[in-house]
Design a protein around this ligand. Structure first.
Ligand code: IMP
Length: 187
C-alpha cells in the first residue's frame, strides 16, 4: 500500500522544510565564524539523520559531524522519561563548541540527558538546533552550556508527527515531509 495513504495530513511540506533549514544554517553561520572555533555537529540518532544531512551541507565552515543515540521511546509514542545512551560520540568534544541537532524536543528528557552527558566530556559550549519543538509537552527544563544558543525550526502542535527522519515504530522516517498519521495506524 502507498505510504501516502497512511498520512492524514501534512504539517510541513518538503519545500517549507528546506527553506527553514536554510534559514537555520544562516543563523548558525553568523554565530560561529571560523575564527571562533568551528563547532561539532552532533545528530541525535536516528530521528535527526535527514535534518543533520541537509543542515550541515549548508554550513560552509570546517565543522565535524557525529551521531549520538538516546533511547527513550521504545516502539510507542510516549517517552519513558529515562533515556539511555547506547551509542556514544566518536569525535572528542573536549574544549569544543557542540551543536546538538534534534528532530523534535518533546518532554525535554532526551536533551537534558544528552546535554549533561556532553557537558561531562568538557565541551566549551552546547547549543541545540531542533527542527521541531512541542512546548506544550515539556516536562524537563534543560540548560544550554556556556554561550550555547537554541535554534528552532518550527513550533509543533501537540500531535505525534512522522516523516523527515521521524518515525512511528521505526516506520515513516523516509517521508520527505512532516505529517500526522491516520488514527487507525497508531492504535
Ligand atoms: P523527549 O525526550 O520527550 O523530548 O523526546 C525526544 C525524542 O522523542 C525525539 O528525539 C524524537 O525521536 C522522539 N519524539 C518525540 N515526539 C515525537 C513525535 O511526535 N514523532 C516522532 N518522534 C518523536
Amino acid at each position: 500500500m502507498d505510504l501516502e495513504y497512511h498520512v492524514e495530513k501534512i504539517l510541513w511540506t518538503e519545500q517549507q522544510i528546506s527553506h527553514r533549514v536554510s534559514e537555520l544554517a544562516s543563523e548558525i553561520i553568523q554565530d560561529f565564524t571560523p575564527q571562533n572555533n568551528a563547532p561539532a555537529f552532533v545528530g541525535v540518532a536516528t530521528g535527526a539523520f535527514l535534518f543533520l544531512a541537509d543542515l550541515v551541507r549548508k554550513i560552509q565552515l570546517p565543522i565535524s559531524v557525529d551521531f549520538i543515540r538516546a533511547d527513550s521511546y521504545g516502539l510507542g509514542t510516549v517517552s519513558n522519561g529515562n533515556p539511555r545512551i547506547p551509542f556514544d560520540l566518536k569525535v572528542d568534544v573536549q574544549g569544543k563548541h557542540v551543536i546538538l541537532v534534534e528532530d523534535i524536543v518533546d518532554t525535554g528528557n532526551t536533551l537534558s540527558c544528552l546535554i549533561d552527558h556532553i557537558k561531562s566530556k568538557g565541551a566549551s559550549s552546547i547549543s541545540v538546533c531542533t527542527l521541531l519543538d512541542k512546548p506544550a509537552r515539556r516536562k524537563v527544563h534543560f540548560e544550554l552550556v556556556g554561550k550555547g544558543k537554541y535554534y528552532c525550526g518550527f513550533e509543533c502542535p501537540d500531535y505525534f508527527v512522522v516523516g523527515y527522519g521521524m518515525d512511528f515504530a521505526e516506520l515513516y522516517r523516509n517521508l520527505p515531509y512532516i505529517g500526522v498519521l491516520k488514527p487507525e495506524i497508531y492504535s
